[in-house]
Design a binder for this molecule. Structure first.
Ligand code: FPP
Length: 289
């Protein structure tokens, strides 16, 4: 917004200076940690858990934990982009979270709207594209508007894709894919006998997004909790006891380094265990368990 006292060219220059400063701030939050080299996961997915316990340990209301968690989300987006991650999917509100007390649900909805208004400019400067996965229906009007505006406003951006799973459930996503396929079959456009993994894949919420390579869960829990149940079939799982509001760029680096030590075989053998005459290893996850 130009200042009431600036002429248009001055206002434009002021805007550019401010945006430059914001871009440096965004970058600085992750600059202290060196970038890893080697096999950086293309897609990292995070179950941001432990906000409530983080708040309780400080004698604060749970909402304060979620607020600190939202700030952390912004920092980790910057850190992930700096490490070369292309897609970052975070679990911000599950279909099961509706059973929390009404005040907490309301606070999470409010935080959703606030987050995008607060960080809009910094995310734009960092060229972050915003996407969402989940069921938009049933969400408050202002959340739906923010969702649509953030998606449309960042469509052409080429940087990291930040995907917010909101009112999301992995099983619900599969139910929705099954309904699409059933409709196609009922209309005679699809033979049920030929339904394949790729038919299910193209009916998921974000069919163009590659499967996650690494799923991180903070706060010491070791469950998937209905997160990306189809997409994470071959992801590496990393659990850390750190509560989400404390999960910083160093913690992300540790998770990526742990990922780099893993031997991803997709059900096949490790390359050094393959007989010399064997054909090139299949890259298809369907090759085995
Ligand atoms: C789980 O911790 C966390 C959530 C249910 C909400 C996660 C939301 C954020 C980090 C902020 C959201 C950002 C946006 C963009 C809306 P918990 O509350 O279950 O923690 P606990 O297990 O310690 O109680």
């Amino acid at each position: 917004m130009p200042s009431r006292h600036s002429s248009p060219p001055e206002a434009a220059a002021g805007g550019r200076r401010r945006r430059g400063l914001l871009a440096r701030l965004f970058k600085a939050s992750s600059d202290a940690v060196p970038a890893v080299t080697g096999g950086v996961p293309q897609h990292v997915a995070i179950i941001m858990d432990g906000n409530g316990r983080w708040a309780k340990e400080r004698g604060l209301p749970r909402q304060a934990g979620h607020r600190a968690g939202a700030t952390r989300l912004h920092d980790i987006t910057a850190a992930a982009a700096r490490q070369g991650v292309r897609y970052l999917t975070v679990y911000a509100f599950s279909t099961e979270n509706w059973s929390r007390p009404e005040g907490e649900v309301r606070a999470l909805m409010k935080l959703f709207v606030e987050f995008f208004h607060l960080y809009d400019e910094r995310l734009r400067e960092a060229d972050v594209r915003l996407r969402f996965m989940g069921d938009r229906r049933g969400l408050p009007e202002d959340v739906q508007v923010t969702w649509a505006e953030a998606e449309a406003g960042s469509l052409g951006r080429q940087g990291l894709q930040l995907i917010i799973a909101f009112n999301y459930g992995g099983r619900q996503e599969l139910v929705s894919a099954a309904r699409h396929l059933a409709r196609e079959a009922a209309a005679g456009r699809l033979d049920p006998e030929t339904i394949s993994e790729s038919d299910i894949g193209r009916n998921l919420y974000l069919p163009d997004v590659p499967d996650p390579d690494l799923v991180i869960r903070t706060s010491g829990e070791k469950r998937l909790s209905n997160f990306l149940v189809w997409e994470a079939a071959y992801a590496e799982f990393y659990a850390t006891p750190v509560y989400w509001p404390d999960f910083d760029a160093d913690a992300l680096l540790e998770a990526i380094q742990a990922y780099q030590q893993r031997d991803r075989r997709f059900g096949a053998l490790a390359s050094n265990e393959m007989p010399p005459a064997a054909a090139a290893p299949s890259t298809s996850p369907a090759a085995g368990r």
